[in-house]
Design a protein around this ligand. Structure first.
Ligand code: SAM
Ligand code: SF4
Length: 345
């Protein structure tokens, strides 16, 4: 116990932990408060009190993949599929800008309708709005990523989901861990700010494997880490499994903040879905980003990654007002900047 206290206190300045130390912290819940508090201090020291708001646009729920955990998987015939036209996407991007968001995140299933030309046209139009642009549209070739970068995209989110290769294989038919890593490396090479992350609480995922996920984030020198609890989704092969817990995901997040002190870490919607104010707990345990959804009401209801998603019944305007109030109530401020990763270590 005393040992773990010292391990966490040392990590506050060294930003280093061994795999076995991470595993011990994950397994031991007596040091949680110290862990969260230390991650909060590291966050304050390196990235300050500002919270960056990124407007999320879920522009297509059509997907060619069959990830076992995801409600949008190809074989889920219960999903009402949609894809937005360029004009709709641009209207939402303008709305995000009007809300004062400096970044737009374009997210979708792996929808091949949006080929490289269509994507580049969308990117170029959004960049005319003077916004930073993040893409979260899955695995592509080096050439496609290069075209997106040349068209003006700034950041890319692609979670590794799990670094346990066996588990990865089981959960991702027709996909490979190696290709996922290749994508992340290509994105880094091309100069994107790269976000990755994992699902916490997947069936058969061990603390040892989560510890390796955290070390993987450090190894690939991520600029952003998005973590979420796995939430069982109906009509998927994992629908009857147990989901992840908020405590475990907060612990993984806090440990990530200790090891990667200056990166951007969102308080994710999935955390809020597990517990009201889960997002605020995350902001007090190492997170410095929130991604408010600006997708229109009809499409948002159909973007059914998992059930009970937080914020589904609020308009984008209501959501913005409430999150800004909550952020300010915990003594934090809303950033006016683009929120790029400023490397200090
Ligand atoms: N298709 C892109 C991709 O997979 O990178 C982007 C969209 S995908 C819906 C975004 C993220 O949703 C995935 O990286 C995954 O971690 C998360 N997700 C999918 N199913 C989930 C579930 N049941 N519970 C929690 N998160 C889930
Ligand atoms: Fe498709 Fe992404 Fe869902 Fe996998 S996680 S099924 S790639 S939307």
């Amino acid at each position: 116990m005393t040992d773990l206290v010292n391990v966490i206190k040392n990590a506050q300045s060294t930003h280093s932990l061994s795999e076995s130390e991470i595993v011990e912290i994950l397994k031991n819940d007596t040091v949680n408060e110290l862990l969260f508090d230390t991650a909060d201090k590291v966050r304050k020291q390196y990235v300050g009190d500002e919270v960056h708001l990124r407007g999320l646009i879920e522009f297509s729920n059509i997907c060619r993949c069959n990830c076992f955990y995801c409600g949008l998987r190809k074989d889920n015939t219960a999903v009402q599929r949609y894809r937005m036209a360029l004009e709709e996407i641009l209207l939402l991007a303008q709305k995000a800008k009007d809300f004062g968001y400096k970044t737009v995140v374009l997210q979708s299933g792996e929808d091949s309708f949006f080929d490289v030309d269509k994507m580049c046209a969308i990117i170029r139009e959004i960049k005319k709005l003077d916004l930073a642009l993040t893409l979260s549209i899955g695995e592509k070739s080096y050439e496609e990523y290069k075209a997106y970068k040349d068209a003006g995209a700034d950041r890319y989110l692609l979670r590794i989901e799990t670094t346990d290769r066996e588990l990865y294989k089981k959960l991702h038919p027709s996909m490979s861990f190696e290709n996922r890593v290749r994508c992340l490396n290509d994105l880094k090479t091309l100069g994107f700010e790269v976000g990755t992350g994992c699902l916490v609480g997947l069936p058969h995922q061990s603390d040892e494997s989560l510890a390796r996920d955290i070390l993987f984030f450090k190894n690939i020198d991520a600029d952003m880490i998005g973590l979420g609890p796995f939430i069982p989704s109906p009509q998927t092969p994992l629908q009857n499994e147990n989901g992840g817990t908020l405590i475990k995901v907060l612990k993984v997040m806090a440990l990530t903040r200790l090891l990667l002190p200056d990166i951007n870490i969102p308080a994710t919607t999935a955390m809020e879905t597990l517990q009201e104010n889960g997002r605020l707990l995350a902001l007090k345990s190492g997170a410095n980003v929130v991604m408010p959804n600006v997708t229109d009401e009809e499409c948002k209801q159909k973007y059914t990654i998992y059930p009970g998603k937080a914020g589904l019944n609020n308009t984008a305007q209501e959501y913005r007002n409430s999150i800004v109030k909550k952020i300010e109530a915990i003594g934090r401020t809303i950033s006016n900047g683009y929120g790029f990763h400023k490397k200090t270590v």
